[in-house]
Ligand binder design. Structure first.
Ligand code: DP6
Length: 350
């Protein structure tokens, strides 16, 4: 039996991925850029096991609940591609155990609410790809692995790196240049902090996958957004290189608002922000205005939860206003309390 356990962190995009030009290969309509959060907080942990004696067929559990692995589904495609890479290694070196032929058992846990707009698919799929790459001792680089993670969930390709990460849209029809790469490591700008405001941990109404497809099909505003994003990618990358928080923050907020505008321009419209989200926007805008500079930047994914970026020195100020206007009740659920538990029953069962 061969087994590994790997964790992958959540990433939160500052320049949003929203739209596919190829839904099968998951090729995006625009490049995107994200910040990978610290492993210690939001993460997915995945244990993968390959055993000759397992009954035929791969099995996967997400937070203890078994999910079907369809051969041509996203998970199935990722597993198949990684197996193929393992097979290449086995063909090169006949002393390697034939793991590529053995059934897999995979168990993955998130230590935060799944599918509540907290990028659970990103860390989940990245952890799956990273764990199988480790199980199979694959020689491929993180960027090469990102080509596979991308086919599991677009945003997952960025979670294979820490720090500041770009997903280049690429132009090749087969997707071979649509990959993630590091813009700067976390150590380049360790003062950058993120505050996650869990407005709601309910599962979102419109999934990113179906929402973005509807936007591609119905939004005219998306065409305008696609012209603007390349410039933003360049400008935010420069802001990160030069540690220019004001520019980083301005672009981050603008791009979040641009993304939610195209959601509203979709038919029927998609509303991810709720009244609390909108109040958070108002409070941060006011904080920046009264500070005379941009000290905090909000961004929202496909859900009402806010992520607020700020430099460490300004975080007390941000926490001050957030706690003042949005006091957390005693009973409010701690999203970090669900730790990776034991492997599910059946993990071992043939
Ligand atoms: C709003 O990566 O979840 O978080 O590729 O269909 O799985 P699929 O979509 P997904 O979309 C993420 C959208 C976003 C923006 C982002 O992370 O860039």
């Amino acid at each position: 039996m061969h087994e590994v356990t790997v964790s992958a962190p959540v990433n939160i995009a500052c320049i949003k991925y929203w739209g596919k030009r190829n839904t099968k290969l998951i090729l995006p309509t625009n490049s995107s850029l994200s910040v990978t959060l610290d492993q210690d907080h939001l993460r997915s942990t995945t244990t993968s096991r390959a055993d000759q004696s397992f009954e035929e067929g791969d099995r996967l559990w997400l937070n203890g609940k078994e999910e079907t692995v369809k051969e041509d589904g996203r998970l199935g495609v990722c597993i198949k591609e990684l197996r193929n890479w393992r097979k290449i290694e086995e063909d090169k070196d006949s002393s390697l155990p034939k793991l590529s032929q053995w059934p897999l058992r995979v168990a993955s846990y998130n230590n935060f609410p799944t599918a509540a707009g907290l990028a659970s698919s990103a860390s989940g799929l990245a952890a799956l790809v990273a764990s199988l790459a480790k199980l199979y001792s694959l020689p491929q680089s993180a960027s090469q692995l990102s080509l596979i993670a991308r086919q599991g969930s677009g945003s997952a390709c960025r979670s294979l790196f820490g720090g500041f990460v770009a997903w280049r849209e690429g132009s090749a029809e087969d997707g071979s240049d649509s990959l993630a790469e590091e813009v700067a490591p976390q150590s380049h700008w360790p003062e950058m902090h993120a505050l996650i405001c869990v407005v709601s941990d309910a599962k979102k109404g419109t999934s990113s996958t179906s929402g973005m497809q509807r936007t591609v099909e119905t939004s005219t505003l998306l065409q305008h957004r696609l012209k603007i994003v390349p410039g933003r990618m360049d400008d935010i990358s420069k802001a990160i290189q030069s540690k220019d928080f004001a520019t980083f923050g301005e672009i981050t907020m603008k791009d979040s608002n641009s993304f939610h505008s195209v959601c509203l321009d979709t038919s029927p419209p998609i509303f991810y922000l709720n009244d609390v989200s909108k109040s958070i926007i108002a409070v941060i805008e006011e904080l920046n205005r009264s500070s005379g500079e941009i000290v905090a930047a909000y961004t929202f994914d496909a859900g009402p939860n806010a992520v607020i970026y700020a430099l460490e020195k300004n975080m007390p100020k941000v926490l001050g206003v957030v706690n003042k206007f949005f006091p957390t009740s005693e009973e409010s659920r701690d999203p970090f309390k669900t730790e990776a538990a034991e492997l599910p029953e059946g993990f071992n069962v043939n």
